[in-house]
Ligand binder design. Structure first.
Ligand SMILES: Cc1cc2nc3c(=O)[nH]c(=O)nc-3n(C[C@H](O)[C@H](O)[C@H](O)COP(=O)(O)OP(=O)(O)OC[C@H]3O[C@@H](n4cnc5c(N)ncnc54)[C@H](O)[C@@H]3O)c2cc1C
Length: 346
C-alpha cells in the first residue's frame, strides 16, 4: 500500500491528520469498510455525529485527490468506520478497494456534514440506494442505540450480491423486531424504483423524518414522491454523493461577470473572473488560501457571505434557508450571475 507514516502527529497545516487503518472489512466484491484508529490526541477533533463524513486526501499516480466518505459506524460504537464502494472508472474508490491494508495510514480531515438525526422520537423513514447505505447505516445504528424511534428502511440495489451490510441489517432487524423494518429492492427482480413502490412504502407514516441517500435519479424519485405525499420539506434530509457537472446553461449565466472582490483574513483582493469558474476557484487563481474541504457542497467549510452582487449555487447540502437568505453561499458551488460580486469569508 502506498500510504506511509507521516512524521508529525495531529492535524497538519492542510487540515488533514494521519489515521491508522486498524481493520479492512471486505463487505461485497465492490465495497470495503475501513476501521480507522483515531489517536488519543486527535479524539476530540474526530468526534462525530451519526450521518457525517470524512474528507480523505490521497495521492494516486502522483495526483493529489480529495474525496468524501461517510461514516457507516455510529459514535456509540468504539470504532470509526467508513465504507467505500467502487465507482466504475473512478480513481479513488477503486484505489482504496484495491490497496487499503491493515496498518496502513490515511489522511483525513475532521468529520463534517449535516445529514443528522434530529432530537425527537418521531419515526425515521430511510431510503438508501447502493453505497448510499453508508450514512443511513450510521443513522440507523445511532437511533437504535440512543432512542426509542421506529425505523423503516428501504434499501435498493441492483442485485443481491451488491447489498452492503446484508448480515448486519438482518441481525439488527431481528434484535429490534418491534422497531426496525428493512425492505430490500432489487432492480434485477423488479426494475428501477418507481413512485408507486415508494408511495406504498411510506403509506401510513405520520410525523416522520425522511433520510435519502443514493444515486441521483433514485434520490430525485424518492424526494419528489415523499414531498408529493405531504412530507414537509424540512423533514426531508438528503445526502448527495454525486454532483452534476456545470451545465452549458450555468456556465452561460456567469459570462457577464467581470470581477470578484474577495475579503479573506482582513485583506481585500479584486480578482478578474473567468466564465465557468466558481467563487472558490476564482479565489484560488488569485492566489488566496480560501477555506475548503469536500468541494461538493456538503460540508460548509467554504461558506462565505455575498455583500453585493449575486451568485447561484449549483448544489447546497450544507446551508439552511435562513443562511441563504442572509447571503451565505458555498463558494465551491457558486457561480456569479452579476457583473461584480463582493464576497466575504468571515
Ligand atoms: C458528502 C459525501 C459523502 C460520500 N460518502 C460516500 C460513502 O460513504 N461511500 C462511497 O462509496 N462514496 C461516498 N461518496 C462519494 C465519493 O466521495 C466519491 O465521489 C466516489 O467514491 C467516486 O470517487 P472516485 O475517485 O472513485 O471517482 P472519480 O475518479 O471521481 O470518478 C467519478 C465518476 O466519474 C467518471 N469520470 C471521471 N472522469 C471522467 C471523465 N473525464 N469523463 C467522463 N466520466 C468521468 C468515472 O468513471 C466515475 O464513474 C460521498 C460523497 C460525498 C459528497
Amino acid at each position: 500500500m502506498l500510504l506511509e507514516m507521516s512524521q508529525t502527529p495531529g492535524i497538519n497545516a492542510d487540515g488533514f491528520a494521519p489515521l491508522r487503518i486498524k481493520k479492512v472489512v471486505r463487505e461485497t466484491p465492490d465495497a470495503v469498510s475501513l476501521v480507522l484508529d483515531v489517536p488519543e490526541y486527535d479524539s476530540a477533533r474526530f468526534r462525530y455525529e451519526a450521518g457525517q463524513f470524512l474528507t480523505l486526501r490521497v495521492t494516486v499516480d502522483g495526483q493529489d485527490l480529495r474525496r468524501c466518505y461517510s461514516m457507516s459506524s455510529a459514535p456509540v460504537e468504539n470504532d470509526l468506520q467508513i465504507t467505500i464502494k467502487r465507482d466504475p472508472g473512478g480513481i479513488v474508490s477503486n484505489w482504496l478497494n484495491d490497496t487499503a491494508s491493515e496498518g496502513g495510514e490515511i489522511h483525513a480531515s475532521p468529520p463534517e456534514g449535516r445529514f443528522l438525526l434530529r432530537a425527537t422520537d418521531d419515526e425515521i423513514v430511510a431510503f438508501a440506494g447502493g453505497s448510499g447505505i453508508t450514512p443511513i447505516m450510521s443513522l440507523v445504528r445511532a437511533a437504535l442505540a440512543g432512542s426509542s424511534r421506529r425505523i423503516r428502511l428501504f434499501y435498493a440495489n441492483r442485485g443481491r450480491d451488491s447489498v452492503i451490510f446484508a448480515d448486519a441489517l438482518t441481525e439488527l432487524a431481528e434484535r429490534h423486531a418491534q422497531r426496525l423494518t428493512v425492505v430490500h429492492h432489487f432492480d434485477d427482480d423488479s426494475g428501477v424504483v418507481t413512485a408507486p413502490a415508494i408511495e406504498s412504502f411510506i403509506n401510513g407514516t405520520q410525523d416522520a423524518d425522511y433520510y435519502i441517500c443514493g444515486p441521483g435519479p433514485f434520490m430525485d424519485a424518492v424526494e419528489s414522491t415523499v414531498l408529493k405525499a405531504g412530507a414537509p420539506k424540512n423533514r426531508v434530509h438528503l445526502e448527495r454523493f454525486e454532483i452534476a457537472p456545470v451545465s452549458a446553461e450555468d456556465a452561460e449565466s456567469s459570462v457577464a461577470t467581470e470581477e470578484i472582490i474577495i475579503e479573506l483574513d482582513r485583506k481585500t483582493t479584486t480578482a478578474l473572473y473567468r466564465p465557468g469558474n466558481t467563487l472558490l476557484q476564482t479565489a484560488r487563481i488569485a492566489g488566496l488560501r480560501a477555506p475548503s474541504s469536500c468541494e461538493t457542497g456538503s460540508c460548509g467549510t467554504c461558506m462565505a457571505r455575498i455583500v453585493s452582487g449575486n451568485a447561484r449555487m449549483l448544489n447546497n447540502d450544507a446551508l439552511d434557508d435562513d443562511e441563504v437568505a442572509e447571503g451565505w453561499v458555498l463558494t465551491c458551488q457558486s457561480l456569479p450571475t452579476s457583473p461584480t460580486v463582493h464576497v466575504v469569508y468571515e
